[in-house]
Write a protein that binds this ligand. Structure first.
Ligand code: ADP
Ligand code: ASP
Ligand code: MG
Length: 404
């Protein structure tokens, strides 16, 4: 088989752990498989580099940020390759550029346009283990780009799709995808199989075990995706087509996203085109607006509230300042989004009301709500986020889905 293995930050978080990864990779190679390895930066490394940049600037140049952040993954790829060579395995480390990963020019959250597989395929044919620095690529203008936080997952899936790998394994620090973050709810259960669509919604709502764009691409390219632990040999979670899953629970899981911020524009003119003006300007600046609420206007004015990723707040502030849409603007980053996700919701009623009642029983105020066919999201005060997750996990019977 041809296998892509991706090892996340914790899995390569120390020299001993990189040695452990080298052992695993070597074992896969010894079993006769072709192996491409994609690595993340050592855990904490990317955050450290971001903090370094913020020491000098609140709004550092995205181009220089990409050059800076891509360094973390290069370090790990080179170290892993050195460890493999020392064990007697023929390995070669490649940067995103050397691996032929071409992206668009949106620095710090670039999209992969194409992968030129020549170099990877050549090294594979020569029997080498190819170790690729994740999270990065190169633009048409030969500038280094990065793929957004958690982007090594995307590198792995894109490479697996491009070289037509039989399997893409995402190795991390938990045994797979759980009904909720096992660090928040210790009674969370591992899910054996989950559909691409459900996983995509789950990841988009904050289940960071997989980056959402990687799941989207895996679905598009039909990549066989598995998440599992790099610390044991337990079977992981298979992310696959909906048809391959026999039994669909109404609610599969609960996700928490604390990295949300809300902006409220008060007393803006209540006239046609105002929302278009605000939101197209934000979109042009690549700011992802999520939930939007407009209150019924009074005296020709209205209030609009919306949520964005917290790390885009500074950018949004400057866009809104330029627009001069409201003199009375409020910014709040002490909010969290809790979401319940489940394909089975499509065909059941009363799913949402159970969530609202459960949170009300514990006096947690829901500040915004949005729904899709397979998810319900609620904004609550950040300090209640984790409690809300536990309450919802219990309310939908996820604690005892597969009794241990
Ligand atoms: P890596 O560094 O390997 O990419 P991440 O930290 O990005 O790892 O993702 C793994 C983490 O995702 C876990 O340690 C866990 O705390 C968190 N997580 C959040 N939601 C879930 C979930 N539903 N199932 C499993 N892990 C989850
Ligand atoms: N190192 C990058 C991050 O921390 C990418 C990744 O780990 O997937 O976001
Ligand atoms: Mg990750």
């Amino acid at each position: 088989m041809l296998i892509v293995q991706k090892y996340g930050g914790t899995s390569v978080g120390s020299l001993e752990r990189i040695e452990n990864v080298a052992k695993r990779v070597a074992k896969t190679k010894k079993e006769g498989h072709g192996v491409v390895v994609v690595v993340s930066a050592m855990s904490g490394e990317t955050n450290k580099l971001i903090d370094f940049a913020h020491h000098f600037s609140k709004n550092p140049s995205p181009r220089e940020m990409d050059l800076l952040l891509s360094a973390g993954e290069r370090v790990t790829s080179a170290l892993l390759s050195i460890a493999l060579l020392e064990r007697g395995y023929d390995a070669i480390a490649l940067t995103g550029r050397q691996a032929g990963i071409y992206t668009n020019s949106v620095h710090t959250s670039a999209r992969i346009d194409k992968i030129d597989t020549k170099a990877i395929n050549k090294h594979l044919q020569d029997g080498k283990i190819v170790v690729i620095a994740g999270f990065q690529g190169i633009t048409k203008e030969s500038e280094v780009s990065t793929l957004g936080r958690g982007g090594s997952d995307l590198s792995a899936v894109a490479i697996a799709g491009a070289i037509k790998a039989d399997l893409c394994e995402i190795y991390t620090d938990v045994d797979g995808v759980y009904t909720t973050d096992p660090r928040i709810e210790r009674r969370a259960k591992k899910i054996d199989k989950i559909s691409y669509d459900e996983m995509l919604e789950f990841a988009s709502m904050g289940a960071k075990v997989l980056q959402n764009r990687s799941v989207e691409l895996a679905k598009k390219l039909n990549v066989n995706l598995v998440t599992r632990s790099s610390f044991n040999d337990n079977e992981g979670t298979l992310i696959t087509k909906e048809d391959n899953i026999m039994e669909q629970p109404i609610v599969s899981g609960v996700a928490l996203d604390k990295n949300q911020a809300r902006i409220t524009l008060r007393n803006i003119k209540d006239e046609p085109g105002i929302a278009a003006k605000i939101f197209s300007k934000l979109a042009q600046s690549n700011i992802n607006v999520d939930m939007i609420i407009q209150n019924v206007g009074q005296d020709g004015t209205a209030n609009i509230g919306f949520t964005i990723p917290e790390n885009e707040l500074e950018k949004a502030k400057s866009v809104l300042k330029e627009l001069d849409a409201s003199e009375d603007t409020e910014f709040d980053s002490n909010i969290a989004k809790v979401s319940i996700v489940g394909v089975g919701m499509k065909s059941h009623s009363g799913v949402a009301s159970r969530a609202f009642s459960a949170l009300a029983n514990d006096n947690i105020n829901i500040e915004m709500i949005s729904t899709s066919e397979i998810k319900i999201s609620m904004i609550v005060a950040e300090k209640y986020g984790e409690l809300a997750v536990r309450i919802l996990h219990e309310a939908y019977g996820l604690d005892d889905r597969h009794p241990a």
